[in-house]
Design a protein around this ligand. Sequence first.
Ligand code: APR
Length: 184
Amino acid sequence: MGHNQTRMATKIHFLQGDITDMAVDAIVNAANTDLLLGSGVAGAIRRKGGAAVERDCERRGPIPLGEAAVTTGGNLKAMYVIHAASMRLGGRTTAESLRLATRNSLWRAEEKAFKTIAFPAIGTGVAGFPMEECARIMLEEVLEHLKSRTSLEHIYFVLYDEAARRTFEETYRRLTSAERQNAS
Ligand code: APR
């Protein structure tokens, strides 16, 4: 990139759909620390990603709570899966573990120089974390991350239903308008 070219700002998108349909460098799995692929996002990744993903999870797990581990995407359209462990098996996601898992997922993407990544609403299914608080925490971490240099050009949030998509979009608007007010 030339010295006078400013980097394009990273674009953040809010979609409704199935995250396993995303053709991105990496999709983020709502994982547990054992990296066992259960139901929800992990179940869809297991079914569509196939045995290669499961074998990689067995090799890389367990990981500490709040950590994120990269595996192959197997048969998924996504090249890689970043497993964000926001809970222990049988446990629940907390604000702190969700924050850490989101932050570490973003750092795994930087280490691999990914340009595109897709997140689900981590913790809001089996792990029982409230959607609105999930949106606030995940988006706060993304906005903080984007203050430093990044390889990421597009960050997608893929929500399973319209209500969740709207919650994320509204939360993003609130966070970015608050930032603008602070800046002005
Ligand atoms: N695409 C996008 N979003 C999805 C999909 C999908 N294919 N399937 C489920 N979701 C949504 C859910 O509706 C929920 O809002 O993703 C959110 C996270 O739900 P879960 O996948 O249940 O994840 P989580 O609540 O973090 O629980 C993780 O569940 O499946 C096990 O192995 C997994 O132990 C881990 C735990």
